[in-house]
Design a protein around this ligand. Structure first.
Ligand SMILES: Nc1nc2c(c(=O)[nH]1)N[C@H]1C(S)=C(S)[C@@H](COP(=O)(O)O)O[C@H]1N2
Ligand SMILES: [Mo]
Length: 322
């Protein structure tokens, strides 16, 4: 049986140290338990990604691409990326998602594709994994609260899913809804925002090649606290646009109201493009705290993706359409 390595370049070069050591421990334990057989390639145990691929019966391609869209800034520690989170369905403290997200019911999971698409229906998560080819992309993630991380996501461009479902000529926006299950999600027993969490993009933003649906990170399937089993990632916008645990994808003719915009339009605009020149009403957005680094970094226009996305907003007043 062929065993593929994922990612295809040596992971010691690209994986944060802690994760790499975790993997080595995992390998050693495998040896100690006698569970490993020595494969011709010299690999001892399937990597987590391989185990994950087996679970979902997906083909991980040897040539799966890994692209660094964060200019070599250094990947955030896996431990930080999975313990310092915003996922208000589990509470508003940064530590709540890690503590409570084991209650997220992710299996079975399906996504309802509806509205202005010619092909609508409930799609099982397994089918989504089979249908689109996965790739790895390293993106900056900048929260509106002025902290940031660099995360290696695994996923596929949202545009592939939109094209597959064939939007009608009326489709101008894509709206997303997250899981709604107040019995299991303790945060939904309080009205922090109006549940379920809703987000949306203009069609050209949704179709932009940088916009992705992520199903994993750091070579593993998506941890619950980061939005398992699938979430949106829009790297040039504040993190709140990147909705986690998506259950509905809807094409619309009219611009919908998103949860945060509804809650406070002055503080959380519809576009929410990262912009060091437009301050949040309560703080400056000129700098940011990179998790795991001392001091502060300058925030980059469109989070460093201006070359790719600035044309989408040509002629728009970015102070007003913040
Ligand atoms: N469903 C849902 N998605 C969400 C949130 C949330 O509370 N619920 N928080 C958002 C915010 S404010 C940020 S900064 C990012 C954080 O993603 P991370 O925890 O994976 O870093 O998720 C976004 N997606
Ligand atoms: Mo955020």
């Amino acid at each position: 049986m062929p065993r593929y390595r994922y990612p295809s370049i040596p992971e010691s070069e690209v994986t944060p140290k802690r994760l790499f050591e975790k993997r080595r421990r995992f390998l050693r334990q495998g040896v100690a338990l006698g569970a490993a057989s020595i494969l011709p390639s010299g690999l001892l145990m399937p990597t987590k990604a391989e185990a994950w691929a087996d679970e979902f019966k997906i083909q991980l391609k040897e040539n799966m691409t890994r692209k660094d869209f964060a200019g070599d800034e250094g990947i955030t520690d896996y431990g930080d990326a999975t313990s310092y989170n915003n996922f208000y369905e589990f509470g508003t403290r940064k530590s709540d998602p890690e503590v409570y997200a084991h209650k997220l019911p992710t299996d079975p999971w399906s996504v309802r594709v509806e509205g202005e698409f010619n092909l609508t229906g409930d799609i099982a998560f397994e089918d989504i994994l089979q249908r689109y080819s996965l790739e790895e992309r390293i993106y900056r993630l900048r929260c509106v609260e002025a902290w940031s991380m660099v995360i290696p996501w695994i996923g596929f461009p949202l545009r592939e899913l939109i094209k597959h479902h064939d939007p009608t000529s009326k489709a101008k926006y894509i709206e997303f809804e997250a899981i709604h299950d107040p019995e299991k999600l303790r945060g939904q027993q309080r009205s922090i925002i109006e549940w379920p969490y809703r987000e949306a993009l203009r069609m050209d933003e949704a179709m932009h090649p940088l916009t992705m649906i992520a199903v994993g990170m750091y070579g593993e399937k998506m941890p619950n606290q980061n939005g398992a089993p699938m979430r949106l990632v829009v790297p040039w916008k504040y993190g709140f646009k990147s909705i986690k645990s998506v259950t509905v994808i809807r094409a619309l003719e009219q611009k919908p109201k998103t949860s945060w915009e509804e809650q406070n339009p002055e503080e959380y605009g519809f576009f929410a493009n990262v912009n060091p020149n437009v301050d949040h009403p309560r703080w400056s957005q000129a700098r940011e705290r990179r998790i795991g680094e001392p001091g502060r970094r300058e925030t980059l226009m469109f989070n460093g993706y201006a070359e790719e996305v600035a044309h989408l907003y040509e002629g728009m007043d970015l102070q007003r359409h913040h």
